[in-house]
Design a protein around this ligand. Structure first.
Ligand code: NI
Length: 556
């Protein structure tokens, strides 16, 4: 048995380390996944005014800023039983939905696509054949002229000639596990470059109601402050125009690219490559009174899509047996034990603590959360909004529902979700206009902080791009006494607990065959498919940072 250590895993937010044990055939038998930087915003929040919780918690992460901002404000509102006006809810949803789109597109193209796409192979593509190939996956492919592909090729050749691959440097180019043809590679790379422009456009949609992004400013305890934008038809139009453009890109580039990758990796999908334990958690959300929710809530155990439990928040616990904490899981008492006597890093062992990520459990079990969980739970619960999108995709790709519970399938679920979120946004905007038309222009609820309860407890459970986010606050004498966060990546990147049961990342790695242990592309592919955000799961910078700032792969 050999050990392969990748630390840190690149192209994610924050620092993740993976240690896998492989047999003589290169097949992963055991995995330890570890968050390598301490989280501590909760400690900074202690003693603060609860009305400041959102602005501080938003700093947990540079990507998921809006999610933590809203999560913290919502849990303070829950503590004080403040019900915010409908308009404020819609504006918060409009910001969140734009973030879902931005996050998913950036994740696939800029954080993950190069695990499937070989840039050097694209140099051999024939532009004419590329254009023809793109028609297999879309009736109207995005920017599909010969001239466009010639331009992209010229750009790539210039990168190579100058010896500067830019965003494409340090890839495992030529790896045997890259299965796309040169033409298929060129299609996705063309979209990779287009998605760079897309990033800026879609960020503007968040900023229209958030004031700015990242770190929007417009959510306050009791409502929102973006009143002028909400009432200005031109601003609503600007927002809608961006979403319409986004939908074009999603339907003509992103979804077709997932069909293309599905066709190339069909055998891996059918073999269940990257499948975790089949436990899925979705808390649901985003609904209008009397109408269907965008996402259903529910819990699936071991891929049993027939018997779905309703989500019950009292079943959520957080364990620290194998994480670097002592005392109560919610108290954040640090207990770092990962150094040998000489100061070098220990490797994970059966009985050691090995991660800064705590271990959330639902009814004692590890769960997978995220777009795949939302799609599966909502589909199994007959959510009509989602069902038609999923059915169409499965039919065109000749996949079954279970096939989505794989590395590639996880990406398909994310792309499907992005497409139907656009549809949902159009409904949201018309609902906002309708409300305003009927003279409901309330955007916040008036309250006198001094007359509120001195001691209160609140919590918020939200679906955010990467999955279930929960914030908990305990207020004593009008100050935050304790604050706790369970981010989506905390669920997925959980370490083992006393029972040794693997979490989603670790379980998905077991059984994967690594062709070349000096280039563990397969490990990156599995982990990236979850869209890890370790900045969220653990989030204080280690100022010493010596060992962790270097990228290294070690075969032991
Ligand atoms: Ni994050």
């Amino acid at each position: 048995m050999r050990k392969v250590v990748i630390d840190p895993i690149a192209r994610i937010e924050g620092h993740l380390r993976a240690e896998v044990e492989v047999d003589k055939n290169g097949v992963v038998q055991e995995a330890y996944v570890s968050g390598q930087l301490f989280r501590g915003i909760e400690i900074i929040l202690k003693g603060r005014d609860p009305r400041d919780a959102g602005l501080l918690a938003g700093r947990i992460c540079g990507v998921c800023t809006n999610s933590h901002f809203r999560g913290a404000v919502s849990c303070v509102e829950d503590a004080y039983a403040l019900k915010i006006p409908k308009n404020a809810e819609i504006v918060r949803d409009l910001m969140a939905m734009a973030l879902f789109i931005q996050d998913h597109v950036v994740h696939f193209y800029h954080l993950h696509s190069l695990d499937f796409v070989d840039v050097t192979s694209a140099l051999n593509a024939n532009p004419k054949l590329t254009s023809k190939e793109a028609h297999k996956y879309s009736k109207n492919p995005f920017r599909n002229s010969n001239t466009h592909y010639e331009e992209v090729l010229a750009k790539l050749q210039n990168f190579v000639k100058a010896g500067k691959l830019g965003p494409f440097s340090n890839g495992y180019w030529g790896h045997v596990d890259y299965k796309l043809t040169p033409e298929q590679n060129l299609i996705v790379i063309s979209h990779y470059l287009e998605a760079l422009k897309f990033q800026t456009k879609i960020s503007k949609a968040v900023a229209i109601f958030g004031g700015k992004t990242p770190h929007p400013q417009s959510i306050v305890v009791g409502g929102v402050t973006s009143v002028a934008d909400m009432l200005n038809p031109q601003r609503l139009n600007d927002y809608l125009f961006i979403i319409k453009e986004a939908k074009e890109f999603i339907d003509r580039a992103y979804l077709p690219d997932m069909k293309l990758i599905t066709s190339a990796y069909k055998a891996e999908i059918k073999a269940g490559a990257g499948r975790a334990n089949g436990n899925f958690l979705s808390v649901g959300g985003y609904e209008f009174e009397g109408e269907q929710r965008l996402f259903c809530n529910g819990v699936i155990y071991a891929h049993d899509f027939e018997n779905i439990e309703e989500f019950d928040e009292t079943k959520v616990t957080e364990e620290i047996d194998r994480a670097w904490y002592s005392g109560d899981a919610k108290e954040n008492e640090v207990c770092y034990t990962d150094l040998n006597a000489d100061g070098s890093l220990k490797t994970a062992k059966n009985d050691d603590k090995y991660s800064w990520v705590k271990a959330p459990r639902y009814d004692g079990k590890p769960m997978e959360t995220g777009p795949l969980a939302r799609v599966l739970v909502s589909y199994a619960k007959d959510n009509t909004l989602i069902k038609s999108f999923v059915d169409e995709f499965l039919q065109e790709t000749e996949l079954e529902l279970i096939d989505l519970s794989t590395t590639v399938g996880r990406n398909c679920a994310r792309a499907i979700e992005t497409s139907y979120i656009c549809e949902y946004i159009f409904k949201l905007v018309s609902r906002l206009i309708q409300n305003i038309k009927y003279y409901d222009t309330d955007t916040w609820v008036r309250f006198d902080f001094n007359t509120l309860e001195k001691d209160a407890k609140g919590r918020a459970f939200l679906e955010v791009p990467r999955g279930v986010l929960s914030h908990f606050v305990n207020i004593k004498n009008q100050k935050i006494d304790n604050f706790s966060v369970i981010a989506p990546t905390t669920w997925n990147a959980t370490p083992k607990n006393f029972d040794g049961v693997r979490g989603a990342y670790e379980e998905a790695l077991v059984g994967i065959k690594i062709e070349d242990t000096s280039k563990p592309l397969e490990v990156l592919r599995v982990l990236h498919s979850f869209d890890p955000c370790l900045a969220c799961a653990v989030h204080i910078i280690d100022t010493k940072g010596k060992e962790l700032s270097r990228y290294r792969i070690k075969t032991l």
